[in-house]
Ligand binder design. Sequence first.
Ligand code: SF4
Length: 213
Amino acid sequence: MTPKTCSYGCVYCQVGRTIKKSIKRETFSQPEVIFEKVEEHLKRLDKENYPDYLTFVSNGEPTLDINLGKSIMLLKQFGLPVAVITNASLLFNESVREDLFQADWVSLKMDAGDNDTWQEVNRPVHGLDFEKLTESKNLFASEFKGILCTETMLVDGVNDFSDNFINVAQQVKNLNPVKAYLSIPTRPPAGFSVKAPDPEKLNQAWQIFSNMN
Ligand code: SF4
């Protein structure tokens, strides 16, 4: 397996520390190999265990794989919807948006409502810009025809304050997703000490998101 490659180094990342921080798309996989492996696996499954979705969750950020669009198209031959969970940082790149348009379900990461909080929680690679990120998410959401969701990871003492809840909820609202998930770190990430916000903060976040959307 290639070392974890991502445009972010999130404090809660369960894949571990980012070995290679990058926004350069590269060949990380061969679509035909992914197709064959999935085909072999699906053949072994009985009806009860057959998946609802085929989901891309890579060792880092899946949109860094230059072959993502081709892989999605191949997997769609199985007749199952294809999902991609992305940190959304490469959406400024038209080829990334085009690849994701092939998917049936896309989840965008939405942890921070301002640049300082973004730097703290997602620790982006140098060169990314928060305003551009927000604009490109809006652009993608306005053009994507599939099911759009967002996911917001809440971390104690990092992004669990009311201004951030309000700012993120507003930005999520602008995207008009089918669902906006709030999540908390449950498994210990490698190398960092993070924990979930206390129940009062979680309740506050839920109230703000519910009232905004
Ligand atoms: S974007 Fe995902 S893979 Fe990358 S550091 Fe954050 S949690 Fe880990």
